[in-house]
Design a protein around this ligand. Structure first.
Ligand code: PXL
Length: 269
């Protein structure tokens, strides 16, 4: 294999840019070949008032059978919105059967934001994700997901000791490098990275804007940069800047995600 071929496992939401519809263009933009395993097909993401949902759990074993016949392997895995607990055992099977040697597993738990679970998720899903994260080399929870995973109180006003305590506990239960996203300090926003040694913050200006799908953009850009040799802090800085630029390029919240196309188009000389 020339470059890195990553398998990204996430839902395919037909409308409202998130998950695979952002992971694919972002991974490609940063030079990583992306293969996909769609976990479900939705009419649109779950922040619209209603959605249809086709769970693909039953199809995945058929896909795996043929991947095996064709000797397909991956040099990394990026997991996002999985949707159902039944997909998690299938992800573990993929790590066992389709990994090249040393292929890193990067998991964004992708089940909540702003102190709440996304529609359709419950404590059972969170518990299953807590278990799956033990297979990860790097985890990318936002602060909401981090607190649900630990059964801790979600706070919007906090100090360094609070987030560093959370990062430490997540490291204890998963053994992974912990990258907590959406961390706010002194009016800035960014990530706290904890690899079991020191704490590293990657912070920059916060825009007074919110859009769903930005976590998926962050995860894809972070992963591509990391796979291409950037340190976790460098990968966070690039991914954070991309999210900032995308939010800046997007009008107010409209349900359709951020306009990353404008950002990428403006970079083409
Ligand atoms: O961006 C996270 C996400 C991914 N997939 C689906 C979602 C959401 C957030 O709401 O609904 C289907």
């Amino acid at each position: 294999m020339n470059g890195k071929r990553i398998l990204t496992v996430q839902d395919l939401s037909c409308v409202g840019q998130c998950s695979l519809t952002v992971a694919l263009p972002v991974l490609s933009h940063y030079g990583v070949e992306a293969a996909i395993l769609p976990t479900a097909v939705l009419s649109n993401h779950t922040m619209f008032k209603s959605w249809s949902y086709l769970d693909l759990t039953d199809e995945i074993p058929n896909i795996y059978k043929v991947w095996k016949e064709n000797g397909i392997k991956f040099s990394a895995f990026l997991l996002g919105y999985l949707g159902k607990e039944s997909i998690m055992a299938l992800c573990e099977q993929a790590f066992d059967e389709f990994s090249e040697e040393g292929a890193p597993v990067i998991i964004d738990p992708a089940f909540g934001d702003n102190g709440k679970l996304y529609g359709g998720f419950d404590e059972k899903y969170v518990a299953a994700m807590r278990n799956l994260l033990k297979r990860a080399d790097i985890i990318l929870p936002n602060l909401t997901e981090a607190t649900f995973l630990l059964n801790e109180e979600y706070k919007t006003a906090y100090d360094r000791a609070y987030v560093e305590g959370i990062a430490k506990k997540l490291r204890e239960i998963t053994g992974a490098m912990v990258v907590i996203t959406g961390v706010e300090q002194d009016g800035l926003i960014g990530e706290l990275i904890y690899d079991g040694n020191g704490f590293e913050y990657v912070l920059s200006e916060k825009l007074p804007k919110f859009s769903h799908g930005t976590g998926d953009i962050f995860a894809a850009a972070f992963t591509a940069k990391y796979l291409n040799g950037s340190s976790p802090a460098e990968a966070c800085a690039v991914a954070g800047k991309l999210v900032y630029d995308c939010l800046a390029a997007t009008e107010d919240w409209h349900g359709y995600g951020v306009q990353f196309e404008d950002v990428f188009a403006s970079q083409i000389k």
